[in-house]
Design a binder for this molecule. Structure first.
Ligand SMILES: Cc1cc2nc3c(=O)[nH]c(=O)nc-3n(C[C@H](O)[C@H](O)[C@H](O)COP(=O)(O)OP(=O)(O)OC[C@H]3O[C@@H](n4cnc5c(N)ncnc54)[C@H](O)[C@@H]3O)c2cc1C
Length: 471
């Protein structure tokens, strides 16, 4: 029987262990943290819980508009953290993955200390556990990028939110990608004075330009200071009340101070401590573990999956990767990893939410003759009912084939709206086909059909009774 050791129990590692055991391998899963990895304990689940509280506070403030009298909401941060722990535990308790892993007889070593390679077939944990296997699957995820500059140790990451005892009165957030904007948005909602710094010309650089611009407007309107093109960080230093960031731009020096500085300037492979050299596993030019399409590393019996390989670093893709790596580790190179970027919805639970699937307008224009249709949230019944009128839904459609190439949404429930669009894109739907679907009324996803009607009209396509929908 093939012996498999999986290192790291995040979504990639758990799926890899599950699949390997399901295929009959004698499987051991070893992790330095808790079962579920960053996804369950430090990433999406707890961060989404914080974002939910931001939403609750916002909705509480809306009550007066609907005739319900209550006072100004006051956040008890300690109680909130206790609730986050409850949520994490409840999600863990309901994870069917843990039950399946146990039922299949996978040996799980949690909190075992960091594992490192002793040789190509042996890993040893800090706690002294030594494991030998025919095949090894590395699923150790990622870590925040650090800068080799003075005072960097004074900065924090999103993980430090769990160690705070109260909401900091002020916060610098450096890096306006998905993690940075979520931290900034959440703590802004909690009452911190947040300054968001972005080195590039726009926040959310991988989103459609219209979404980046709208997010910047919304963040500014909510009181956040947003500074694009801010320059280059030179150092951090301690102040009496927190931390100061020194930075320069065009030969001039500047500084900004706050109680806390959170740095979110990139996500890197967590390879430190793995001693990959002892196994001969190579990294690629981006310093992620180098794998081929079968997720095989430069060492034939060692595979890797999840954030550690640096491709589309999201939970569903980590799960898919774990499945593929384990399949190939047990059965030989059989199953390639096909990450279909064009049908992968992505978004963040900021205030307002934003999300996308498929091509941005700029990318689509390079390859296709396109039509775009934009529907403003303020013109749809459900957003008016809920008093959530900020935002829009933008559809990008190929003029020749009428197929949907991309969908970009900012505003309430953007992530859910884009899920529906992703299904349409994956199904290869024409925009007039989408326009004919009688989605429920009045819903947030309904905006998608109205945008589709608008695009179909622009293309001169018939959409039947739906054409009378105001678009
Ligand atoms: C703030 C934040 C919010 C996010 N929100 C979302 C979201 O909403 N939706 C989404 O899809 N994705 C989200 N992500 C991304 C998502 O969390 C990751 O893509 C996913 O967790 C990757 O899974 P993984 O199994 O590769 O690694 P991880 O979940 O990071 O798990 C890796 C595990 O390996 C362990 N490990 C590391 N080194 C060793 C070692 N040497 N020995 C033993 N064990 C080791 C770690 O402790 C960890 O438990 C978010 C990420 C962050 C940072």
């Amino acid at each position: 029987m093939t012996q498999i050791t999986v290192i790291g129990a995040g979504p990639a590692g758990v799926l890899a262990a599950l699949r390997a055991a399901d295929l009959g391998a004698q499987t051991t899963l070893v992790t330095n943290g808790a079962f579920g990895g960053m996804a369950a304990n430090d990433g999406p689940v707890p961060v989404r819980t914080l974002a939910h509280v931001g939403r609750l506070m916002r909705e509480a403030r809306q009550l007066g508009q609907y005739g319900v009298k209550v006072g100004e909401p006051v956040l008890d941060y300690a109680r909130l953290l206790a609730r986050v722990r409850e949520v994490v535990n409840e999600v863990d308790t309901h994870s069917s993955l843990r039950q399946q892993i146990d039922a299949l007889g996978v040996i799980v070593h949690e909190q075992a200390g960091a594992a490192r390679f002793l040789d190509p077939h042996t890993v040893e944990t800090k706690g002294g556990l030594r494991l030998q296997a025919d095949k090894i699957i590395i699923c150790t995820g990622g870590v925040n990028r650090r800068l080799p500059i003075g005072g960097f140790e004074l900065t924090s990451t999103h993980s430090d939110a769990w160690r705070l005892t109260s909401v900091p009165p002020s916060m610098l957030v450096i890096g306006a990608g998905a993690t940075g904007v979520q931290v900034a948005s959440i703590f802004n909602a909690f009452g911190s004075r947040v300054q968001l710094f972005e080195a590039g010309p726009r926040i959310l650089a991988t989103e459609d330009e219209s979404v980046s611009a709208a997010a910047a407007v919304a963040f500014r309107e909510s009181g956040m200071m947003v500074r694009e093109n801010f320059g280059t960080i030179e150092s951090f230093e301690k102040t009496a009340t927190g931390v100061r960031m020194n930075f320069s731009k065009d030969g001039q020096r500047f500084s900004a101070e706050a109680a806390l500085a959170v740095v979110a300037i990139g996500w890197m492979a967590d390879t430190t401590g793995l001693n990959l050299a002892a196994a001969g596993v190579e990294l690629n030019e981006r310093k992620f573990v180098k794998v081929d399409e079968y997720l095989q590393t430069s060492v034939p019996h060692i595979f890797a999956a999840g954030d550690i390989i640096g491709r589309m670093m999201l939970v569903p893709q980590a799960i898919q990767g774990g499945f593929v790596a384990a399949t190939n580790a047990v059965q030989g190179r059989k199953l390639p990893l096909l990450l279909e970027e064009e049908v992968t919805p992505m978004g963040s639970f900021t205030e307002p939410e934003y999300a996308q699937v498929g091509l941005t307008e700029a990318k689509a224009r390079k390859t296709n003759d396109i039509v775009t249709a934009i529907l403003n949230f303020g013109s749809t019944p459900r957003t008016i009912i809920d008093g959530r009128k900020f935002g829009f839904c933008k559809l990008i459609v190929d003029r020749k084939t009428a197929k949907i190439l991309g969908c970009h949404v900012i505003g309430e429930r953007a992530v859910d709206i884009v899920e529906v669009a992703a299904i349409a894109v994956a199904a290869g739907m024409r925009v007039d086909e989408l326009a004919r679907i009688p989605l429920s009324y009045p819903t947030y996803a309904g905006i998608l059909v109205r945008a589709a009607v608008k695009a179909a009209r622009e293309l001169g396509l018939q959409v039947g009774w739906q054409s009378h929908q105001a678009a």
